[in-house]
Design a protein around this ligand. Structure first.
Ligand SMILES: Cc1cc2nc3c(=O)[nH]c(=O)nc-3n(C[C@H](O)[C@H](O)[C@H](O)COP(=O)(O)OP(=O)(O)OC[C@H]3O[C@@H](n4cnc5c(N)ncnc54)[C@H](O)[C@@H]3O)c2cc1C
Length: 301
């Protein structure tokens, strides 16, 4: 495949790589090569990369920290744009926090704590970025990130800036309209709730402690593989179907948390998907419930 590589590298201030192993950019450590891999340095760079891809008719995939992604063993054709350290500015004004889409969620939670703002404690243990969290409407402990969002600056696939307010984002359980509308999150304005730092810190610490006790954080994983069915817990259904410890190659249903699949070393996307199907089958046979994947598939499957 031939791309005018020189031209792209000249236009982008951030990094441009070719044949980049995606296993370096996913928390599962799984994924083949991306043809072109771009890390924009700022919003202007992001817009430049998107309009370049449009002009060159390259398919575009967006990633944040890769903590909710299953990337194909055959990799990703076209351009992958990683929204990371280049879009990492964060600013607090009163009860409002403006954060770049690349800001890690634990940093957002820490900044809110320093600013005596409550409502972000549950994000301290979620290893994604602000952009990924908005697309997934990430949540835990009865909270979801969408509740704190006021305004989003996004960029469409032609490189044009778009502003959306909370209602326009259509947040619901692990959903926002961003993916369907093919919008790239660039910056987000959040609103916190004035709080007492000691109370905010205590809540954060208790959430983190619970994660350490209940999640297999010593192995590469992608958090919950399946969404919780309405009124139920996917982890419980998987456990009660006898799937804990089930294994396909080097991918295993965690013994510690049944909705986490861990990579014991060298596991593949194909193994993950085979295990997904086996677990779905077991849960369906036992409870008549079809579990749906929360983890997003990216690349050639
Ligand atoms: C140990 C562990 C614990 C976890 N705990 C939780 C939890 O408690 N609750 C929860 O909800 N999730 C949890 N997750 C899953 C994951 O961290 C969240 O879904 C997170 O919000 C994903 O962010 P990310 O930056 O890694 O996104 P990625 O995984 O890189 O991408 C996820 C999706 O968002 C899109 N995307 C990413 N950035 C952008 C952007 N800037 N603009 C447009 N699209 C974008 C991608 O195309 C993809 O569709 C956990 C994961 C792990 C590994």
């Amino acid at each position: 495949m031939s791309f005018p590589a020189q031209l792209l590298s000249e236009k982008i201030k951030g990094e441009v790589r070719f044949n980049e192993p995606m296993s370096k950019h996913t928390s599962w450590h799984i994924g083949g090569m991306a043809d072109i891999f771009v890390m924009p340095k700022d919003i202007a760079d992001l817009r430049e990369a998107l309009s370049y891809a449009k002009r060159s008719e390259l398919p575009v995939s967006i990633i944040g920290n890769g903590t909710n992604l299953l990337v194909s063993d055959f990799g990703i054709r076209g351009m992958v744009i990683k929204i990371g350290p280049g879009l990492c500015q964060i600013e607090v004004r009163g009860e409002r926090i403006r954060a770049g889409a690349g800001v890690p969620l634990p940093r957002l939670a820490a900044v809110a704590l320093r600013s005596s703002l409550s409502g972000f404690e549950f994000l301290a243990g979620i290893p994604g970025t602000v952009g990924g969290a908005l697309v997934m409407n990430a949540g835990a402990n009865g909270c979801a990130v969408g509740e704190r969002v006021r305004q989003v600056t996004a960029v469409d696939l032609e490189g044009k800036e778009v502003q959306l307010n909370n209602q326009e984002l259509e947040f619901s359980y692990r959903y926002s309209c961003l993916a369907g509308r093919k919008l790239v999150v660039a910056e987000v304005e959040f609103e916190g709730i004035p709080g007492v730092p000691e109370a905010i810190k205590a809540k954060m610490d208790s959430y983190l402690e619970r994660r350490r006790k209940t999640q297999p954080l010593e192995f590469p994983n992608a958090g919950s593989v399946f969404k919780n069915p309405p009124g139920n817990s996917a982890g419980k259904l998987i456990e009660q179907s006898g799937c804990k410890g089930m294994r396909e190659g080097n991918i295993q249903v965690s013994m510690c948390h049944a909705n986490f699949f861990v990579n014991l070393g060298g596991g593949t996307a194909e193994q993950v998907l085979t295990l997904v199907e086996k677990v779905q089958q077991c849960v369906f046979e036992k409870f008549g419930c079809k579990l749906l994947m929360e983890v997003q598939k990216l690349g050639e499957f």
